[in-house]
Each structure stands twice: as C-alpha cells, then as structure tokens.
Design a protein around this ligand. Structure first.
Ligand code: NAD
Ligand code: ZN
Length: 362
C-alpha cells in the first residue's frame, strides 16, 4: 500500500509492504541518483538481522552506501552518538547534496533524522522503519535526541523525502516491541474511529498479529498520522491529539526508569487514565474503560506500576511535560471514542483519577 503526505512545503510518499525495497530501483532511483553520497545510519540489532536485505536492494539500484552502525534502541539518541554520526558523514566526504537512510526503529529514526536535519544545515533523508511503533514515528518529521535532563529535548522538524516500511522485517520483532507498537496503532484508532477501535479490541491476534493483517492496519494508522500532520505540521492545534495517553504515559515511562516498560506499554496505561478523565469531561462510559482495561490485560499489558508507585512519583513527571502550565496539566480526552479534545486538569483532579484507576485495576 501507498499514501502521500501532503504538506505546505513538502510532499512525500509512504510505502508499506514486504517488497517495498524494490522501489529503490524504480520509483526512488532518481532520488538516489541526485545524491552524491548515501549513508545508512543503522540500529545495531536491526543491522545484524536485516542489513543485507537493504544493501542488496540498494546495490540493485546501483548504490553502494557508507554504513554507520549505532547502538540499538534508545541508547543511540545521545549527544555522543549524534556527534559521532556527524563526524562520520564528514569523514566520508558527505556534502549538502548527500542523503541519509535511517534503518531501525523509532529511536534510530529520530537520531538519523536529527543528524540529517542539522548536517550542513540540513540534508535529505529516507526513513526505513523496522518496528511497528515506527509507523508512527517515521512519518511527520519530528526528529530528536535525548539529554540527561529529559527525553527529546533537542530536536527539530525535518520531513523525510520518503518512507519505505518493509513489513517483512517485523518477523524478528520481540513480543514486547510488538505490544509497544500496537499501542500506538490503537491510539490512532481511539482518536479517529470508534468502529476501527472496537474491531482492534476484538482482534484475537492483537498481541501476535500476522504480517499480512499488519500491512493494512499500519497503513490505516499512517493515514491518520499523515492527515493530522498535513493539517497541523508544527503542533499548534490538532497534532496534539496524537498525545492521547501520553501525558500520564510518559510519567509511567519515566517512573519505571526507561526500560521497565516500553513506550507503548506505558501509553496503554496512559490511555486507561485518559479514559477515566473522559468519563468526567466527555461522554465515555465507565464500562468502556473497564472493557479497555480487560482487553489490555488479556493482551499482556501490565498495570503493575500504577499499583506499585505513589501518585506523587507520577505527578513529578507530569509537571515536567512540555505542555504543562502552573498547577494544571493538559490532557487529551475523548468526547466520544474518535472525538478528542484538549482538557486542562488540576492536580487534585489528577490525583482523584489516579485513585480511581487503582480501584478499577483490582
Ligand atoms: P526502538 O527504536 O528503541 O527499538 C526497540 C528495540 O527493537 C531495539 O532494541 C531495536 O534494536 C529492536 N528492533 C528494531 N527493529 C527490529 C526488528 N525488525 N527486529 C528485531 N529487533 C528490532 O523503539 P521504537 O519503539 O521503534 O521507537 C521508540 C522511539 O521512538 C522513542 O525514542 C520515541 O521517543 C520515538 N518516537 C518518535 C516519534 C516521532 O514522531 N518522531 C513518535 C513516537 C515515538
Ligand atoms: Zn508515543
């Protein structure tokens, strides 16, 4: 499948399927040919499993790229690795007409995108995402690295020239990463389409999806992201909706010390929290929230952190949220499933909802 991301100052195609790398020799040959140098920035684990597939496809297109391997996962989003990549490109004689290919999950994509965004004030890059979660992160142009003080604190908006999502590479994805990515997929459903969300919650193989089924579902998720980004590239308005489940979710991720729960696993807890908020500020029924919690538990998501940590631990991080203002936090809540809006919530109310979530988990 294919779709186009249409922005005021850019346009690019996203291809999803198990043969998309063949497009390097056809649709994208011209793009590759306009680059004087091509560099792959690859996640270590992904390179070990799948680099030959990418290299062969590029070879068929007449390209022999330079390859920079970076630490797998979040460990690549550091200032050290970032500078190493910049030096690598300079040592390999890259210029403003060169091109970078990001090969890995969301972490590698964020790093490589930020490298491309800033190398000689910006060069082109192609996203080749390899995780389910990266159907979200590879589209939309947000790039960043982390600092010890906080995640994604240094970054920029830099749109890719193309996104080639090869679903065949998902076969090696560990089940925890499957759960993490599926959380972002169902998030896309919750903020746009009640029928689709209900279908996903009834899907028997949600935690163990087939590659075929995923190809269509991921394209739907990407379409949601593409439409939202097209309408609000720089997150002045509706792009905020993509943060559904993330205000509390990020706090969960932080309290569990990055590594305790994956991003998506934390967002599942954040969405349960947002559903309880939506019972008060929107028209979500408590039975729907309970149904969601059952669905999540059945599919291997854990709610342990909510039972094992105190509210104040989460509050500390919620207050650090980029969107927080004094004494009040901003949440995305649902009027109904599929209809999100932004709601300011006081600390006292946040605590009540936390207590309520604990009760619902019993
Ligand atoms: P990740 O990139 O950290 O990858 C998770 C793990 O899976 C890593 O260990 C990696 O080596 C491994 N892996 C990746 N592909 C694999 C494959 N095909 N087979 C086997 N193992 C594989 O995790 P992620 O969930 O893809 O991305 C999370 C990152 O994405 C975070 O840094 C987050 O901030 C970022 N993000 C960015 C955006 C955005 O809009 N830019 C949106 C959401 C998330
Ligand atoms: Zn997310």
């Amino acid at each position: 499948g294919k779709l186009t991301v249409q922005l005021p100052n850019a346009q690019y195609d996203v291809h999803v399927g198990d043969h998309v790398y063949e497009l390097f020799s056809s649709d994208f040959r011209e793009l590759l040919n306009t680059a004087d140098r091509i560099g792959i920035i690859a996640d270590d684990v992904v390179a070990t499993n799948h680099l030959p597939v990418l290299l062969e496809a590029l070879e068929n297109a007449g390209v022999s790229p330079s390859v920079k391997i970076v630490p797998a996962g979040e460990k690549c989003k550091t200032s050290m690795v970032y500078i190493e990549c910049q030096s690598f490109l300079l040592q390999e004689n890259f210029t403003r007409n060169s091109l970078v290919i990001a090969f890995g999950g969301g972490a590698c994509g964020d790093l490589a995108g930020f490298v491309a965004a800033t190398f000689m004030r910006g060069i082109r890059f192609i996203q080749c995402p390899t995780t389910i979660l990266a159907h979200d992160s590879a589209v939309g142009g947000k790039t960043a690295i982390n600092l010890p003080e906080g995640k994604n604190m240094v970054g920029s908006f830099h749109q890719p020239s193309a996104v080639l999502f090869n679903t065949a590479l998902l076969k090696t994805l560990p089940s925890r990463e499957v759960r993490s990515g599926m959380a972002e997929l169902i998030k896309h459903a919750f903020i746009t389409d009640a029928n689709w969300a209900n279908q996903l919650m009834e899907e028997r193989n949600f935690s163990n999806p087939s590659i075929e089924w995923l190809s269509t579902e991921l394209l739907k998720g990407i379409q949601v992201k593409a439409d939202i980004v097209a309408a609000d590239e720089f997150e002045h308005s509706i792009r905020k909706y993509l943060n559904f489940g993330h205000t509390f979710g990020h706090a969960v991720e932080a309290v569990c010390g990055f590594g305790g729960l994956s991003h998506g696993e934390s967002v599942i807890i954040g969405m349960a929290y947002s559903f309880i908020l939506s019972e008060k500020y929107g028209n979500i029924d408590s039975s729907f929230t309970n149904h969601f919690i059952d669905f999540a538990k059945k599919n291997g998501y854990s709610f342990e952190p909510v039972l094992n940590h105190s509210f104040n631990e989460f509050l500390f991080y919620m207050k650090k949220d980029k969107k927080a203002t004094f004494g009040e936090m901003n949440f995305i809540v649902l009027k109904e499933v599929g209809i999100p809006f932004v709601q300011k919530v006081t600390e006292i109310e946040c605590k009540r909802v936390f207590n309520e979530l604990q009760l619902r988990l019993d």
